[in-house]
Design a protein around this ligand. Structure first.
Ligand SMILES: NC(=O)c1ccc[n+]([C@@H]2O[C@H](COP(=O)([O-])OP(=O)(O)OC[C@H]3O[C@@H](n4cnc5c(N)ncnc54)[C@H](O)[C@@H]3O)[C@@H](O)[C@H]2O)c1
Ligand SMILES: CCCCCCCCCC=O
Length: 492
């Protein structure tokens, strides 16, 4: 896309936003339904694009890309009236008679930048919440998954308002240009290094960001567990999408591994329809370089032409090995021996806070201890990645693994401003008079008391406060009378 085209797309989105047409719920519902239709009417095109980009199977496209989106749209459609309704909140005594509520308003024109590994889900999922919240959205798919990027640029304008939701395609120069422009929020999914570039560009406009980043998500296996089930669940999460998943278990803290790989992918994973491919040569050679000098326990074979790397396990890995220094993001699973839970906790805490933490054990006390003594974006115990699928949980990182969270209502909240609203009437001036000059000791006492928090505002309470207002006013009058008398008798 030409630079001028990028500026025009963003300016067009802002002009369209200013018309106010995203505000009515009916408009948002219409766009969400159109998005739903886009997903159902183009299942095959979506599958073909993901097959070309990442060799995804039809099963994986359904489970990992599309089903979650359909659920999120249904949730937003069902809950939109609740989410957008004014939220009446508790008040202090001074405002007990007033209307006090939080109004969710759209942020304006937001930018969503996606990653290539789940190139449909990672763009459309935030888009659902951004539309629900009433924003205009500039969509920047990853250029690395180019077939999906092109498909999104073709399909989205066919279903959604063309001006409000433009798709900008391109690589680093185009993204750099895009990031020079002003947005009201940026949600970025990708690597920590590009996350820093995004945050720096956003800072120039004081634009808030949500950064959905990655990192090394540890997986601790305690000997008190069903090892057979544990290894199956871990292998599923590590090797799906050829290991290119942000919350895949990156390494194992344990010393035994039971191998379910033959059961998943047969004797030759290269011929399995369920096994994916590395996205490009650059990433394949990056992964091979992580394996240099290591004694591979299982797999390790590759085919550059086919972008194939076998599901690979490396046991007894030294924590200082290269494979333990960066996020793997591929089908390689190092196993680092630890002496026990204490050792595992220290290992985790000595590194950056991860996006996910996995713990396999039957020991409830240990589960509680590990959750209490470590930190991560999310935790799943006795399985991997499942927390991602629960829309009532916020999904996001902490520290180097990200800033902010989304999914379900959290996406709507991410793209909404919580506007504090107080609607007063002209009545009850006696209650309000305590804060007006001239200041007196008793006014101070009353104001302090009235500012104390109250919970709720039942009819009864309101009547009591009304009465109280009258009493305060009378008390202040009496006080003032004495004050005047005192001033008259004590001049100077
Ligand atoms: N937390 C999550 O939900 C999540 C999901 C998927 C991937 N990830 C993480 O993303 C990483 C892999 O994804 P990726 O390779 O697509 O990430 P990436 O950071 O290379 O690219 C992400 C986006 O940034 C843009 N970009 C790339 N280089 C840029 C530059 N120099 N300036 C401006 N923009 C630039 C790309 O066009 C793309 O849209 C992994 O670390 C993974 O863990 C996180
Ligand atoms: C059923 C479990 C769904 C897990 C989906 C994981 C998608 C991760 C996106 C980040 O890479």
């Amino acid at each position: 896309m030409e630079m001028k085209g990028i500026q025009q797309a963003v300016a067009g989105a802002r002009m369209a936003y200013r018309t106010g047409r995203t505000r009515p719920l009916a408009f948002r519902v219409k766009q969400l339904k159109a998005l739903q239709k886009m997903l159902t009417e183009n299942e095959d095109k979506i599958f073909q694009a993901l097959k070309k980009d990442l060799h995804k199977s039809q099963f994986d496209v359904a489970i990992f890309e599309v089903v979650g989106l359909q659920n999120e749209i249904t949730l937003a459609l069902n809950k939109l009236p609740d989410w957008t309704a004014p939220e009446f909140v508790s008040k202090n005594m001074l405002t007990i008679m007033d209307e006090v509520y939080i109004h969710r308003e759209p942020l304006g024109v937001v930018l969503i930048m996606g990653a290539w590994n789940y190139p449909l889900a990672l763009v459309i999922q935030p888009l659902i919440g951004a539309i629900a919240a009433g924003n205009a959205v500039v969509i920047k798919p990853s250029e690395v998954s180019e077939n999906m990027a092109q498909l999104l640029q073709k399909l989205l304008p066919q279903y959604l308002d063309k001006e409000l939701y433009p798709v900008v395609n391109g690589a680093v120069p185009e993204t750099t240009e895009l990031l020079k422009l002003q947005f009201d929020h940026i949600l970025f999914t990708g690597s920590s290094s590009v996350g820093k570039i995004v945050m720096e560009a956003a800072a120039k406009h004081l634009t808030p960001v949500t950064l959905e980043l990655g990192g090394k998500s540890p997986c601790y296996i305690n000997k008190n567990c069903n090892l057979d089930v544990a290894c199956r669940r871990i292998a599923w999460a590590r090797y799906v999408n050829c290991g290119q998943t942000c919350i895949a278990p990156d390494y194992i803290l344990f010393n035994i591994w039971l191998d379910p790989l033959q059961m998943f992918y047969g004797d030759d994973p290269q011929t399995s329809p369920d096994y994916g491919r590395i996205v490009n040569r650059h990433h394949l050679s990056r992964l091979l370089s992580l394996l240099e000098g290591l004694k591979v326990t299982h797999g390790g074979d590759y085919n550059t032409q086919q972008l194939y790397l076998a599901p690979t396990i490396v046991a007894n890995v030294d924590p200082n090995a290269k494979v333990m220094q960066e996020e793997i993001f591929g089908p390689v699973l190092p196993i680092v021996p630890v002496a026990g839970a204490e050792d595992a906790i220290n290992f985790i805490n000595n590194r950056d806070k991860p996006l996910a933490l996995y713990i396999f054990t039957n020991d409830k006390k240990l589960i509680n201890r590990m959750i209490a003594e470590t930190s991560s974006g999310g935790v799943t115990v006795n399985d991997c990645m499942i927390h991602y699928s629960i829309s009532s949980l916020p999904f996001g990182g902490i520290g180097k693994s990200g800033i902010g969270a989304y999914h379900g209502k959290f996406t709507f909240e991410t793209f909404s401003h919580r506007r504090a609203c107080v609607i007063k009437s002209f009545r009850m001036e006696s209650l309000n008079s305590v804060r007006y000059p001239p200041a007196t000791e008793s006014k101070l006492k009353w104001t302090r008391w009235l500012l104390m928090k109250s919970h709720g505002s039942s009819r009864m309470k309101q009547m009591m406060i009304g009465l109280l207002g009258v009493l305060i006013a009378m008390a202040l009058k009496v006080n003032n009378k004495y004050l005047h008398l005192y001033s008259a008798t004590h001049p100077g």
